[in-house]
Design a binder for this molecule. Structure first.
Ligand code: NAD
Ligand code: ZN
Length: 356
């Protein structure tokens, strides 16, 4: 078990990475006196894990479990309102604690609910997907979706602890696991290239010690970036590497065809070709992207309508000039560029397009 301090002044907290943390949750949470703990649980992880978590938390306080249906549709104002009503019925007070058990859907939703219930009560996350362990549960961004778009309502609300238990990933679907690996590769490309060699050294199933190390390093990078830029006005932009293209691809696929990590995998390949075309990244740098993403079982190309992807950037092709791109001027050297010429965009689109 290893822990990382997320440095945020008086909002600093511990992020613990290890195995079988569920049974020790009571001792890993901050020492405050909670009377009630509300566990907000994704229905898919209720049966395998909630019992152990609740049993452990009961050594600290009265525990109530609220289960939410799996999937992005639970990130809604409606589900948030139901949870808030239930919490009020249960007479949860300001000094109490919310603990989320689930992936990014539940940490975003539960974090949001905690942040607004009685003007904000403490929340701790027990992320159960790789994506949530290395990304969503760290950093304090919470949110729900509106019809008009994803994450349009939300708050910044830092957790009081994050317990990333890699043994919980055993039941995660292979495709979801690979999707989370895209963020791990992102950290390798943008901050810590040795991560890429570790990813390449694993084939198929990951050795638990190696996986724990990857989660620890990745979560540490996210924590460090967030410490520097808590409210996303600067350094956090780099975390969007591959995401401009990736978000467009997700939208074009109606959020069904590609998982987030699959879309940003193609997005990072797109960014590599863009940087390659502009002379920022040499062919070894482009190859490093391809090798790591392929080793992680992620797509490096996709079949999509190029006009639709460009349209999903939300800007007229004539105004592509204004678009800012996170690009790599060599591995671990991210830069932000605008005014990227259409010839580079066209080249990169062709490279990641399956029909190319
Ligand atoms: N707040 C942030 O900074 C941030 C960052 C990245 C992503 N997000 C958000 O995270 C969400 C995506 O998160 P996600 O990829 O974790 O998706 P998710 O929470 O929907 O989980 C993916 C699927 O896996 C299931 N599942 C979760 N853990 C499991 C386990 N251990 N065993 C078996 N099944 C399990 C879930 O029920 C779900 O079906 C999006 O809504 C995104 O906007 C937020
Ligand atoms: Zn992402």
């Amino acid at each position: 078990m290893r822990s990382i301090k997320v440095e945020l002044g008086e909002r600093s907290y511990e992020l613990v990475v290890g195995s079988n943390l569920l049974d020790q949750a009571d001792s890993l949470l901050p020492s405050s006196n909670y009377t009630n703990i509300v566990a907000i649980v994704d229905a898919n992880v209720d049966e395998p894990y909630a019992g152990r978590l609740v049993e452990s938390l009961r050594r600290r306080a009265r525990v109530e479990k609220l289960v939410v249906p799996p999937g992005e549709s639970s990130k809604s104002l409606g589900v948030a309102a139901e949870l808030l009503d239930r919490m009020a019925e249960l007479k949860i007070r300001r000094q109490d604690l919310v603990v989320t058990l689930g992936g990014g859907v539940v940490s975003d939703l539960g974090g949001f609910v905690a942040s607004i219930y009685q003007r904000g009560i403490a929340v701790a996350h027990v992320p159960t997907t790789l994506l949530a362990q290395v990304d969503a549960a760290i950093g304090g961004k919470t949110g729900v979706n509106l019809w008009a778009g994803k994450n349009l309502v939300g708050t910044f609300w830092q957790p009081v602890a994050v317990l990333a238990d890699i043994s919980l990933l055993e039941t995660l679907a292979e495709r979801e696991f690979r999707s989370g690996m895209a963020e791990v590769v992102k950290y390798g490309l943008c901050y810590e290239p040795p991560i890429l060699q570790v990813v390449e050294s694993q084939s198929g199933s990951y050795d638990p010690a190696v996986l724990e190390d990857l989660v620890y390093r990745s979560a540490g990078i996210k924590a460090a970036v967030v410490s520097q830029d808590e409210t996303d006005v600067g350094g956090r932009t780099i975390l969007n590497y591959g995401h401009t293209f990736g978000h467009a691809l997700e939208a074009v696929g109606r959020y069904e065809r590609w998982l987030h990590g699959e879309a940003i995998s193609v997005g990072m390949m797109f960014a590599a070709h863009l940087a390659g075309s502009m002379g920022l990244l040499d062919s070894d740098g482009v190859d490093a992207h391809r090798r790591a993403l392929e080793a992680a079982g992620l797509p490096i190309r996709a079949s999509f309508d190029r006009e639709a992807v460009v349209a999903a950037w939300g800007i007229d092709k004539k105004f592509l000039d204004g678009q800012r791109w996170v690009l790599l001027e060599g591995l671990a050297n991210p830069v932000i560029r605008s005014g990227v010429g259409p010839e580079h965009i066209d080249h990169a689109l062709a490279q990641v397009s399956e029909k190319a």
